[in-house]
Design a protein around this ligand. Structure first.
Ligand code: SOE
Length: 385
């Protein structure tokens, strides 16, 4: 079969399953990656599958995808496809990803790995038995400032990490936002928690290299119980905000805060790490910058320095523009698409990519927080694996 792993094709045939916001972000990334990065094989948009025929056809035309289908099972089996990119609502991640792995394809799946821990476990197990490689689109790992944050920690410049503050704040305008799959627990699993805390847990694990040992003090809240839709008013069954505390493997304390009701914050995805030798902080709303407090300097020289992470020596930046010619949201996806192609052509990614095994650990932390919110107790993510 032409599309099976190990074939000597000059291109990597991609099937996009989904045509929404992420469909656009990924179609763009696969198209742009070989323009900026030298890749052993060129990604080719072979197929797009979507529920609605006209929308899917228009998507295919706009993004120059060779074929459009309304049946994702056919996309997964297509011999021209080497990698299936799962961009569906969360409840479809497991069926699509497992079918693709069984068909011998590589799989890249949107975050969170799944809406439920059970689905995530099925995906992790299927990946363990498959020949194909797996990837999860925790795209913020590919911000150069986040990459630098990880490098500073791993070079020992922060000393021992003692405290972590992670918050991902959005403002969805309350009841003004109409019903969508993201508000339906059966389709999404959870609300702000799976959508936003998933990124934070991944970012903290990625930048510190530390696992999360224990979770406690979680609190979840739903403020908008019903939303308007074409079918009248429908129940919104997910959390609008979820906060929790955690202890990392080295004893450091951490706080996590995800919200869709944080008026005035639009995409404030931020992490601060405090170590014995220094601190760093990042906020996606200023994504090209990393702030660093170097505590090894003499006291009279200490202060927050703002590093413009646009030098060619910063991760991925050399592929783009000259210093201070800023990059944006889409570049994280482009860099990730390039790193995925590197992995499936036997090369190393610039910095580690999350696979299903890795994202399953993040999912266990999310589940631990949900259980803590509902029982009021301490939960060890490891005990759920
Ligand atoms: C919506 O909350 C959303 O698009 C998330 O689903 C993404 O993961 C995040 O990057 C931006 O906000």
């Amino acid at each position: 079969m032409a599309g099976r792993i190990g074939s000597r094709a000059a291109s990597v045939g991609i099937a996009l399953v989904g045509t929404g916001f992420m469909g656009r972000a990924h179609a763009n990334a696969w198209r742009q990656a070989p323009c900026f990065f030298d890749l052993a094989r060129r990604p080719q948009l072979a197929v797009v599958a979507g529920r609605r025929g006209p929308v899917t056809r228009a998507f295919a035309q706009r993004w120059q995808v060779a074929r459009s289908l309304t049946d994702w099972t056919a996309a997964v089996r297509d011999p021209a496809v080497h990698l299936v990119d799962v961009l569906t609502p969360n409840h479809l991640h497991a069926p699509v990803a497992v079918a693709a792995l069984r068909a011998g394809k590589h799989v890249a799946c949107e975050k969170p790995l799944a809406g439920t821990l059970d689905d995530a476990r099925v995906m992790r197990d299927a990946a363990g038995k498959a020949k194909g490689r797996t990837f999860v689109w925790f795209n913020y790992r590919r911000c150069p400032a986040v990459g630098l944050m990880r490098q500073l920690v791993h070079e020992g410049r922060l000393g021992e990490i003692r405290q972590v503050r992670a918050r991902y704040l959005q403002d969805w305008g309350g009841a003004a936002t109409p019903m969508a799959w993201r508000f339906d627990a059966k389709l999404a699993g959870s609300g702000a928690h799976g959508d936003l805390n998933a990124h934070l847990v991944d970012l903290v694990r990625f930048t510190t290299g530390l696992e999360i040992d224990e979770v406690c003090g979680a609190i979840e809240a739903t403020f908008v119980g019903r939303r308007r839709s074409a079918r009248g008013r429908q129940a919104s069954t997910v959390d609008d905000a979820m906060l929790f505390l955690a202890r990392l493997a080295n004893g450091a304390t951490a706080s996590f805060e995800a919200s869709r009701v944080a008026t005035g914050n639009q995409n404030a995805n931020g992490v601060e790490l405090n170590g014995t030798k220094g601190s760093v902080r990042f906020d996606f709303e200023r994504m090209n910058e990393l702030e660093w407090w170097d505590h090894t300097l003499p006291a009279r020289l200490r202060g927050w320095s703002r590093i413009m992470c646009t030098d060619a020596s910063h991760p991925w930046v050399g592929a783009y523009w000259p210093a201070a010619h800023l990059i944006g949201y889409e570049h994280g996806f482009i860099s990730m698409a390039a790193d995925i192609v590197r992995v499936i052509t036997g090369q190393k990614p610039l910095l580690p990519l999350p696979d299903f095994q890795d994202a399953f650990r993040t999912q266990c932390v999310l589940e631990a927080a949900t259980r803590s919110a509902r029982t009021g107790g301490w939960v060890r993510p490891d005990s759920l694996a």
